[in-house]
Design a binder for this molecule. Structure first.
Ligand code: G4P
Length: 528
């Protein structure tokens, strides 16, 4: 007999949406929520161009709609599924948190702008998804605008990202000539009838053999569709669910989020092909989600959710069992029993105190400053430890100095604490002190956050000098003779707080020089 725990976990789907800014992530999310009945009012996110993007997109929606959708996670029900969408902040909000969030997801939806193809931020996020081989579903958006050739788009995804694609549906035309999508499994054409002043496109589904199809399309479009169908069936990659679930084959749907065309079929295909939460690796074993003992790991820490207090929230992904409010748990890294109080779950329409949650869900708990990113929380006799969250390579660097030498102590304390929370990474010259600190960030907004927080929370003023480095790599082989490395003259050797050695490069050429001239040197873009 299926227990309630098994049933609850079985119906959970936890995924992140990855995209380059403006590809349509927010619009697509909003349409998903609409199907789940989480928000009554669908529409376009207006006025975004005029507002500063210093807050997450979802907070933008929140402001504009007067409803409370908050960053981190949105949960809603659709069919019999309980869906968790994890926010991957973009724009200036792009930070290491964006990458870490992907560690908590079981799959990803990749939104691509049909006129632009694969863009920079998508490329970066995709790379992180492949670390864990999670399934990736592609939604090629904005077909109501002039788009690139669909074959060229699929080829671009395959070439640039190194993943095979399988077209679930196929577009007929684009922009003004967009006539709909051909659903390959049902052999029907879902016709796009234009928006004609209404906000949502009419979607009429017609069998491909139906005579009306010929009337709806121009003779060229009809011929093209027939040729495409033949080509896709004859020459395309075979559909293989196992490869999808291993992240080797990405199912692709074409549509238009803004006009709400093709969104629901995409959501249904996605739900049918994804799995519930899967077992996760601990230091001792592979732990199944339906294990009765609750366990979770911290993937994000957000400081100052409430400006009046220096409070922090730790967001954790439940990996097994059931969470109950106020339960006693064991914090493995702190080696302490604690009570998980003030737990919050961020629902689509409110931030509610969560009474219970299951494997696959995300909860936010009040953090009195005890948690670090990657920490494990569990109950039961065995103390387990989930694989930690990697530290990802920052992309922007600055040298940071304390203005007032009398405040050295506060400066060191502040910058170290902020680094521990995971907002920034700090490095030192080898054998150097804390007088000059090199700060590395994934998104430039973090520099502003650092300056603001040091001033407001630690009363420390700093001077930041941007550095021209663009690439950083961890040296994996710890025993390598640093002095003997053959490096370009502008490459700098530094170390992190854990004593790992790293190299800073001004350009890709420098990275290539280092790897080509030092055959034994192993460089990585992330550190475990
Ligand atoms: P993001 O979260 O990925 O950054 O993208 P977002 O959804 O905010 O969409 C970016 C812009 O693209 C928005 O326009 C949005 O309306 C538009 N958009 C999204 N999906 C589609 C689509 O299917 N077709 C078309 N034609 N446009 C789409 P904006 O100009 O920034 O805002 P607005 O003034 O249109 O609201």
């Amino acid at each position: 007999m299926v227990t309630d725990l098994e049933r609850q976990i079985q119906r959970r789907r936890t995924f992140a949406i990855i995209s380059h800014p403006d590809a349509g992530k927010t619009t697509l999310t909003e349409k998903f929520l609409l199907y789940g009945g989480a928000i009554q009012l669908a529409g376009t996110v207006k006025g975004k161009k005029n507002t500063k993007h210093a807050v997450s997109d979802w907070m933008e929606i929140e402001k504009q709609r007067g409803i409370s959708v908050t960053s981190s996670v949105l949960q809603f029900e659709y069919r019999d599924f309980c869906i968790n969408i994890l926010d991957t902040p973009g724009h200036q909000d792009f930070s290491e948190d964006t990458y870490r969030t992907l560690m908590a997801a079981d799959s990803a939806v990749m939104v691509i702008d049909a006129s632009k193809g694969v863009e920079d931020q998508t490329r970066k996020l995709f790379k992180v998804c492949t670390l864990r081989h999670i399934p990736i579903f592609t939604f090629i958006n904005k077909m109501d605008r002039v788009a690139k050739d669909p074959y060229a788009l699929l080829e671009e995804i395959e070439q640039e990202l190194g993943i095979d694609t399988y077209a679930i549906n196929w577009p007929v035309g684009s922009g003004k000539e967009f006539k709909g999508v051909y659903e390959r499994d049902k052999q029907t054409l879902i016709r796009f009838e234009g928006i004609n002043g209404t906000r949502e496109a009419l979607a009429i589904e017609t069998d491909i053999q139906d005579a009306s199809i010929k009337e709806a399309l121009t003779p060229e479009q009809y011929q093209q569709l027939m040729d495409d169908v033949e080509l896709l069936d004859g020459a395309g990659v075979e559909f293989d669910l196992e490869r999808v679930q291993q992240g080797q084959l990405s199912p692709v749907c074409f549509g238009s989020a803004l006009t709400n065309f093709g969104v629901e079929p995409f959501l249904n295909h996605f739900l049918d092909m994804t799995t519930p939460p899967l077992p996760r690796q601990t230091d001792q074993q592979t732990l199944v989600p339906t294990n009765h003992d609750f366990s979770a790991f911290v993937f994000k820490i957000q400081a100052n959710m409430n400006k009046a207090h220096r409070d922090r929230m730790a967001f954790m992904r439940i990996c097994s069992g059931k969470f109950e409010k106020g339960m006693d748990v064991f914090h493995v890294q702190g080696n302490k029993k604690i009570k998980l109080s003030q737990s919050k779950q961020l629902m689509a329409d409110s931030r509610e105190t969560v009474e219970e949650a299951y494997a696959g869900d995300i909860i936010g708990v009040f953090d009195p400053g005890i948690f670090s990113i990657g920490d494990t929380i569990c109950v039961g006799k065995e103390k387990i430890c989930y694989e930690g969250i990697p530290t990802f390579a920052p992309e922007h660097f600055a040298s940071v100095r304390n203005k007032d030498t009398m405040k050295r102590k506060q400066f060191v304390k502040g910058i170290t604490q902020i680094a521990q929370e995971g907002a920034i990474q700090i490095f030192q010259s080898i054998q150097g002190g804390m007088e000059e600190i090199i700060v590395g960030v994934v998104g430039v907004l973090q520099f502003e956050v650092l300056e603001y927080r040091l001033k407001n929370e630690y009363s420390v003023d700093i001077v930041q000098t941007p550095l021209s480095y663009q690439y950083i790599r961890w040296i994996q082989n710890k025993d390598i003779a640093l002095q003997q490395l053959n490096l370009s003259s502008d490459t700098r050797k530094i170390q992190d707080l854990k004593g790992n050695y790293l190299l800073l490069f001004n350009n890709e050429w420098g990275v290539r020089w280092a790897t080509e001239k030092n055959k034994d040197l192993i460089l990585t873009e992330y550190s475990k």
